[in-house]
Structure formats: C-alpha cells, structure tokens
Ligand binder design. Structure first.
Ligand code: MN
Length: 182
C-alpha cells in the first residue's frame, strides 16, 4: 500500500492473455483458445505529492477544530485595510474540520486531491481539484479530504471585521462516512 501522503500515479497492466485448452468434443480432442484474465498490476510508482505542492504544508491544524491530520499555512494574514485572510490547507485522507461558520463568508479553491463539502441539512458534495466553493456568511458547514485521497484547498476569508470562524461540534465518523454516499 502507498504510504499516507503518497499517491499511486502510474500503473501498468498486462494485456489479458490467451491460452489453449484441449477439450473432448464428439470423441475427438480439439484445441480451444480461451481468454484468461491476467490483469494484475505489475508496476506501481510511488510519488511524493508534496514535491508538486504549490505551497509548503505549514503548521499542524489545531486539534480542537480538526479531526485527523491537517496542515494550515497562512499565506496572507489579517490586516486593517483588506480585512481578509488567505490560507492553504492540506487534509490527509480522512481528515476534516469541525462544523463551523464564517461570519464574513468564505471562498474555497481546491488545488489538489478530492474531498467533501457539506452544509448542514444538505447532502455532502464531492469536491476535487479545480472546484470553487462560495460559502455565505453564517452557513454551518465542514470541509475535508475524502476517505482515500488528500485534499488541498486555498481558503479565502473576507470581511474578517465580522469575525473569521466560529467553531462548533466535531464531524462524527458517522457523519463523515455518510459523506461517501453523497
Ligand atoms: Mn469553512
């Protein structure tokens, strides 16, 4: 199995094989060609995805507000003119943040991997590299990696004068696992 933080990026499959079997038909042995599946993977290349990361991992995400392993790199700190925070967040497979709100709203730009985004009372959405998520102020939601892939997103928190994040309950395993079904 690939180690956490690594993706299988290349597999090479052998073509299905053909073998000759001899069968008894009408008192006469006859050769019959039968296709035999031989599709086992014979080469797996492991690549460290951090080598391709746009931004370094940063600091461990606060355990009080995250379940599993995640990393937060604050790219743009808050200031008194723009009132915005931009952070790069990396979630290892299975990791997610708590239910929370942003009084000033939030924009997520997914730059790598796949994950989930869920608003309270709605089904979870599968999100992937290239997706943009616009979160209105005070909407209760969570985001995180999918079960078997990392997720990297840039989080933009505008209007920080209203407050950045209000952290609520953890996303339980039951809630997280139901996200797989959508
Ligand atoms: Mn959020």
């Amino acid at each position: 199995m690939p180690a956490p933080g690594h993706n299988v990026v290349d597999t090479e499959r052998r073509m299905p094989g053909f073998e000759i079997f001899t069968f008894l038909f009408d008192n006469c042995y006859q050769p019959v060609v039968i296709q035999v599946p031989l599709c086992h993977i014979n080469k797996i290349t492991i690549m460290d995805t951090s080598a391709n990361a746009i931004f370094p991992k940063g600091a461990s995400a606060p355990a009080d507000y995250f379940t599993g392993t995640a990393w937060v790199n604050t790219l743009v700190p808050n200031d008194a003119i723009l009132h915005s925070v931009i952070a790069n967040v990396i979630f290892e497979p299975g990791a997610r943040n708590n239910w929370h709100t942003h009084p000033g709203g939030q924009l997520l730009i997914v730059t790598d991997g796949t994950g989930y985004y869920q608003e309270k009372g709605k089904p979870a959405q599968l999100i992937k590299k290239g997706d943009l998520i616009s979160i209105l102020p005070d909407v209760v939601h969570w985001h995180g990696a999918s079960h078997d892939s990392e997720l990297t997103h840039i989080a933009i928190n505008p209007n920080t004068k209203n407050g950045a994040s209000v952290w609520l309950d953890r996303v339980t395993n039951e809630e997280y696992n139901s996200a797989r079904k959508g």
